[in-house]
Ligand binder design. Structure first.
Ligand SMILES: [Zn+2]
Length: 494
């Protein structure tokens, strides 16, 4: 997940992951915490001892290979990683024509591979990014190295184990397994492993859309951004990210003649900007739920109890209960961000000398706009909230519209069925991320995108982009099996 505009619970997800949808803490949850913490301790030990299936062994090998190829923007190469995966697919029998490593420059290659089906329906695109955010061994704990794959205490450690090389490795392992099984699905399966999702100037998805749309054109795409939630050691929800808020930034600027600070006047650039920011602080965009967030609140109510559960339900219903929405928004920044567009000042500058009246005061305001909202409307609303002609507003980063993906029955049902089969009692939770993934470019290009991976991680221990990044061994293998079954079901209708 990229730095600019990122944020999912994931972290969200996963990514510069910021909490996307944490829940309110109520004391009965504390009790749950303690119970589940105990359970998780008992859980770890047996995993390591179990005999690995050949599918697990292959998935482990591929993850190790990818982790140990440095794909950072500064010194790494996604081409090396893409070629390593291409070699595995060709060794598994994929024809050269269906396996390509292409990109705008030698270090930023993308893998595109295709399992051919009968072509009864349009292909499905299976996406993951190969690049990882920077990491330094010195910052990590002794004995763990970002670019050395280590298994310890039931976890795989390494940069990219959660963001996003686990999903990349799983797509390749499953494509090899489908080939070995002689699977001929109703539709082609396309795997794209891309560059520069996290940053850099060669975003692979954007480059492929612009230069080789035919190679990745699909009915819809499965991508990162979702993920399984473990809370207090218990699997509680399998998230499907079906929408992302739009990252949009403006600046507010006040200019003034200035003068000597010994002769202050009422009209002061800093005061004027401060007054405008205070009006912005008191302003809230209206609540507007979409299909994804409405379903999210309905599903969240099943995980909560008491007043919180009642409020979540009341917000998820039509029409939304404004009082319940008020209570939730006041209690949780994450719930508030799910319900409305938000704009907040993040940077401030003003004045040029200690003994001079300021000639300039400037604030940067970062917005996360609900999908489908008109950015020009957002700017007009912001200007109304600022309510001062003397404050100049300028767009600094124009958001790229990213329509929410419809909660297609075929996709959601398949996710539900495989989730229930593997993790009985775990709910499927549609989520809207507050940050961006490459789903942004695909949605913008008319390819609905679903962040789903069945990789469960502890929501209170998100390590994507951080130090000692890791994924549970058992969780990784279960994610592999979940995606194997899900994609097979979606590609064969069975
Ligand atoms: Zn990512």
């Amino acid at each position: 997940m990229i730095a600019r505009g990122s944020g999912s619970w994931l972290a969200s997800a996963r990514p510069c992951t910021v909490v996307g949808h944490s829940r309110l803490a109520y004391d009965d949850r504390m009790r749950m915490h303690r119970v589940f913490a105990l359970a998780s301790l008992m859980f770890v030990a047996p995993v390591a001892a179990q005999e690995m299936s050949p599918h697990d062994r292959l998935a482990r090998e591929i993850l190790k290979q990818l982790i140990e190829i440095n794909t950072t923007d500064s010194v790494g190469s996604t081409t090396t990683a893409a070629e390593a995966m291409a070699a595995r697919l060709k060794a598994a029998g994929y024809p050269d024509a269906d396996v390509q490593v292409i990109g705008p420059n030698p270090r930023k290659g993308n893998l595109v591979a295709r399992l051919r089906g009968t072509g009864r329906t349009k292909p499905i695109l299976l996406l993951a990014h190969l690049d990882v955010v920077e990491a330094s061994k010195d910052d990590w704990s002794p004995g763990v190295d970002p670019f050395t794959f280590i298994e310890r205490d039931g976890f795989f450690y390494g940069r990219g184990t959660t963001d996003d090389k686990a999903q990349a490795a799983i797509w390749i392992a499953n494509l090899i397994r489908y080939r070995q099984e002689g699977l001929v699905p109703d539709r082609d399966l396309i795997v794209a492993l891309t560059a520069d999702e996290e940053g850099g100037s060669s975003n692979g998805v954007a480059w492929l859309l612009a230069n080789h749309r035919d190679l990745i054109d699909a009915d819809y795409c499965l991508n990162e951004g979702g993920g399984g939630e473990i809370k207090g050691g218990k699997h509680i929800a399998n998230d499907v990210q079906a929408a992302e808020k739009v990252y949009h930034t403006v600046s507010l600027e006040v200019r003034n003649a200035g003068g000597h600070s010994s002769l202050p006047r009422k009209d002061n650039a800093i005061y004027r900007l401060a007054a405008a920011l205070n009006r912005l602080a008191a302003f809230e965009f209206p609540i507007a739920l979409n299909d994804v967030t409405r379903t999210y609140f309905q599903q969240m109510a099943r995980l909560e109890q008491g007043q919180v559960a009642a409020d979540l339900k009341a917000v998820g219903q039509r029409p939304t209960d404004p009082a319940a929405a008020r209570r939730l928004a006041d209690a949780s920044a994450a719930y508030n961000a799910m319900m409305r567009t938000t704009c907040v000042p993040t940077l401030l500058e003003g004045g040029h000398a200690e003994n001079a009246l300021p000639q300039l005061a400037r604030a940067v305001v970062n917005c996360r706009v609900l999908p489908g909202e008109d950015l020009a409307d957002v700017d007009r609303t912001l200007a109304r909230a600022v309510a001062d002609e003397g404050v100049t507003m300028k767009v600094e980063w124009k958001g790229v519209p990213s329509p929410a993906s419809p909660l297609r029955a075929d996709v959601m049902l398949a996710v539900e069925q495989q989730t229930t089969a593997m993790w009985p009692g775990v709910i499927v939770l549609p989520v809207m991320a507050t940050g961006a993934t490459d789903g942004l470019a695909l949605r913008n290009a008319g390819i609905p995108t679903y962040g789903v991976d069945g990789l469960f991680t502890d929501v209170d221990d998100v390590r994507a982009h951080g130090r000692d990044e890791r994924i549970g061994v058992k969780e990784y293998f279960e994610g592999r099996e979940f995606l194997y079954r899900l994609v097979k079901a979606l590609a064969t209708g069975r």
